[in-house]
Write a protein that binds this ligand. Structure first.
Ligand SMILES: Cc1cc2nc3c(=O)[nH]c(=O)nc-3n(C[C@H](O)[C@H](O)[C@H](O)COP(=O)(O)OP(=O)(O)OC[C@H]3O[C@@H](n4cnc5c(N)ncnc54)[C@H](O)[C@@H]3O)c2cc1C
Length: 567
């Protein structure tokens, strides 16, 4: 393989923006970028958005020039993903682009068919609510995955440091001492090289990065086939009223369906239907779900297999897997893309901290420590949801409510996950807080190290999260009493000392007072860029910034109030 000339590699004619840092050609003809993101699906786009939030340039290599509206896949964007979109400043943009507003429906309906009997409903499913809730900054959103990808693409298009090379694909990686040399093919098939300090393998289940770092999936596939259909039926409606999903159970044709938009485009999912049969009988199957003849046109079909796979390693050297390149779970419950976004945020802020010089590369080792447990819980929960598919359920409301509640109400999983036990989180003083999150349905806000910072609304109506910095934030009684009018009260002495220690280490530290009534208002919570609590202390002097940034290992014995002092 020969390296193309710099002029050719920088000048490949694709509909892309190329950031200035990424355009600089190296001496061997390779294009340089701090971070190469292989794959522009949800994980890759989220990683680029997070890097951009921190001002880190990156290059996204993505073969698809257009998103695939006929293959909508994810519809559930979780509360947690919406909170990340809010951090990137685009939550409202996604809501504006979503064809179904949250107010339109927050319901999943089980029925004998769209024209048949209602069996039962789940309200407030998937974190959908129109009421402000203290526990989160954003409700969930039903929106087809291609719309999410389009919003993220447009956002990145406006981020000067994010270069998107659409129509290009990664073919190989080679380790160098201080970088990774990535072989990329442009849309004409010509190879060129990119030298990156870090590579994020966000290229999904069929990408190349996993193999290139010698990782392999461990797990299994569900033997049952699945068949999805997108169809147009402008006149189709149902006496059952609005719902984001209709599950049809107990009859000859079972499955689920819902609107992709309010202009007559629908999706249907048919578990157990094999691709050949589905293709030949798609219309019949749709009519079966509707329960009566209804004019419709099949637009696309999409056979898929549910898989429970987790890679045996998430990284090697400077290369990290995020999203489906690292793990695949059945879609039941709507967690795959959301978990992928969680991975992307976790590794991207850490790379940003290392690139900005306020954390050493050892911080990156915590990525797999923190995400593997979340991923495994997600796979287990999705597999458990898969035990009761439409064809397995009787037309019995009580049975359905018992069996399906965790699929539609999973705040314990979505918000209750914790990074406790991570080497860069204060060691837990009490019992494992992750155990408290074992109930995937229930979320109880907890200010334990590792947990997502309990949310609150500020007196001015903003979210507490809007006041956190992009580096670390110290939340607590940071100032000495109230200030005279027009003045700012002085910092508490130990807070000033912590701020000084942060300054010495180049750590960006934001100081923030919690809103009145915040249950942990008397304590100090050190919060990371991803809104997780790194440290909880009654005295800021006890906070070990070197542990949190990966500079020093945590002391093995955990304490909250009497830790060693740090000079
Ligand atoms: C029927 C169905 C319904 C689903 N519903 C939900 C849901 O409601 N909620 C949810 O959270 N998840 C859902 N999912 C899962 C979700 O679709 C995936 O988890 C998500 O797409 C994973 O994102 P990703 O970016 O990791 O991978 P992908 O979306 O697979 O993206 C990988 C990207 O890498 C690119 N790529 C591939 N090879 C290369 C290469 N060599 N070089 C560069 N780029 C490459 C691909 O073109 C692609 O764009 C559903 C899945 C299915 C099948």
């Amino acid at each position: 393989m020969t390296a193309p000339s710099p002029a050719r590699s920088a000048g490949t004619a694709s509909p892309v923006s190329i950031a200035s840092a990424a355009r600089t050609a190296g001496t061997d003809g390779a294009v340089n970028t701090p971070v190469l993101v292989a794959g522009g699906g949800p994980a890759g786009l989220a990683a680029a958005a997070e890097l951009s939030l921190h001002g880190i340039d990156c290059m996204v290599i993505e073969p698809r020039t257009q998103v695939s509206h006929r293959r909508p896949r994810a519809k559930t964007t979780s509360i947690r993903t919406m909170e990340h979109l809010r951090r990137w400043g685009i939550a409202d943009r996604l809501r504006a682009a979503a064809p179904l507003e949250v107010a339109w429906s927050q319901r999943v309906t089980f029925c004998e068919s769209l024209s048949g009997r209602r069996i039962t409903d789940f309200d407030g499913a998937f974190g959908l609510t129109t009421r402000r809730n203290d526990m989160f900054a954003e409700p969930g959103q039903q929106v087809p995955q291609p719309v999410v990808e389009e919003v993220l693409r447009a956002h990145l298009g406006a981020c000067p440091g994010a270069a998107m090379r659409l129509g290009h694909m990664v073919t190989a990686l080679a380790d160098r001492d201080d970088s990774v040399l990535v072989t990329v093919r442009d849309e004409g098939g010509a190879p060129y090289y990119v030298r990156a300090r870090y590579v994020l393998g966000c290229d999904g289940a069929s990408g190349v990065v996993r193999d290139q770092i010698g990782a392999r999936y461990v797990g299994r596939s569900d033997p049952r086939p699945n068949f999805n259909v997108v169809f147009r039926a402008p006149a189709l409606d149902t006496h059952l009223g609005r719902a984001v999903q209709y599950w049809v159970v107990g009859g000859p044709v079972t499955g689920l369906m819902g609107r992709l938009n309010l202009a007559g485009i629908w999706w249907a999912g048919l578990p157990g239907v094999e691709a050949g049969y589905g293709t030949a009988h798609a219309s019949e199957l749709i009519t079966g779900l509707i329960g009566a003849p209804a004019e419709h046109e099949v637009l696309a079909t999409d056979p898929w297999t549910a898989r429970m796979l987790v890679a045996d390693r998430f990284s090697r050297g400077r290369v990290f897997l995020a999203g489906e390149s690292a793990h695949v779970n059945p879609p039941w419950g709507g967690h795959g893309f959301n978990t992928s976004v969680g991975d992307a945020v976790n590794i991207a802020w850490k790379i940003a901290a290392v690139e900005q010089g306020w954390a050493p590369p050892e911080l990156l080792d915590s990525y797999e420590d923190e995400r593997r447990d979340v991923v495994e819980r997600t796979v287990a929960s999705a597999e458990s949801n898969m035990r009761n598919l439409a064809g397995d359920l009787p037309a019995d409301a009580a049975v359905i409510q018992r069996a399906k509640y965790p699929e539609f109400h999973s705040l314990g999983l979505v918000l209750g996950y914790s990074y406790a036990g991570s080497p860069v989180i204060q060691p837990p003083a009490g019992p494992d807080p992750a155990a408290a999150a074992a109930d995937t349905t229930r979320y109880t806000p907890a200010a334990e190290p590792g947990a997502r910072l309990p949310h609150a609304w500020m007196p001015d109506g903003s979210s507490l999260y809007d006041h956190l910095g992009t580096g670390l934030t110290l939340l607590g009684p940071v100032r000495r009493g109230a200030a005279p009018a027009g003045r700012t009260a002085a910092l508490n002495e130990p807070v000033a000392a912590l701020a000084g220690r942060a300054r010495e280490r180049g750590i960006p530290l934001t100081l923030c007072a919690p809103p009145p009534g915040y249950p942990w208002a008397g304590e100090f919570l050190l919060v990371r860029p991803d809104q997780h609590i790194a440290w909880r202390a009654s005295d800021p002097d006890d906070i070990d910034l070197d542990v949190v940034t990966g500079r020093a290992p945590a002391a093995t014995t955990a304490t909250t109030g009497t830790r060693r002092r740090h000079g």
